[in-house]
Design a binder for this molecule. Sequence first.
Ligand SMILES: CC(C)(COP(=O)(O)OP(=O)(O)OC[C@H]1O[C@@H](n2cnc3c(N)ncnc32)[C@H](O)[C@@H]1OP(=O)(O)O)[C@@H](O)C(=O)NCCC(=O)NCCS
Length: 179
Amino acid sequence: MKTRIRKMTFEDLPRITEIEEEIFSVPWSKQMFEQEIKNHYAFVITNEENNDLIGYVCGWIVLDEFTITNIGIAKALQKKGYGRSLVRFIISALIKEKCFKFFLEVRSSNILAIRLYETFGFKSAGIRKNYYQHPPEDAIMMKLDFFSLLEKDKKQKDQEQCFHYTSIDNKVIKGKNSC
Ligand SMILES: CC(C)(COP(=O)(O)OP(=O)(O)OC[C@H]1O[C@@H](n2cnc3c(N)ncnc32)[C@H](O)[C@@H]1OP(=O)(O)O)[C@@H](O)C(=O)NCCC(=O)NCCS
């Protein structure tokens, strides 16, 4: 299926609230989505051929930090890669706006969503006890910080380079590098 990601509009809300009620035990109201549209970071993924709505993602930006507040894919279309497309889209859109820190909260039992976020580099940043209702459940706070990822990557590259130079001098360093 060919898909398209575009800004959420008020006309999308009847279908979005339908999906929301289908996939969440505590669904968001139409008014909550209206607020997200006004915040400018609300997007939908649609079937390009018939314009059917597949799913949505939204969030808030505060300074250089973005919080994904909601993401959902219609029940019948889950596990086909559309959620991944939305997460990839929102991260790249925000990076273009020089925002490099991302946050979200997820039910501790929502393994599929947690795995999806982890594949983008999100890590657990703490637990909010009994954050959710129906059923009561802890929230896992997750964070993706591109600065620390880059920093880690740079450190690793520096260490590799350091090992390379010492090898040229025939000083074989065993174990931990001393750089
Ligand atoms: C969570 C949700 C947004 C993910 O979207 P999706 O389109 O269903 O997921 P995708 O098909 O993009 O899968 C993304 C990843 O999820 C994981 N995943 C998908 N199917 C899976 C399965 N059957 N078992 C385990 N993990 C699975 C994989 O890591 C997958 O990565 P891959 O594409 O490399 O295999 C969607 O399932 C949904 O709307 N769920 C209900 C609402 C919800 O829980 N929202 C999140 C609140 S934080």
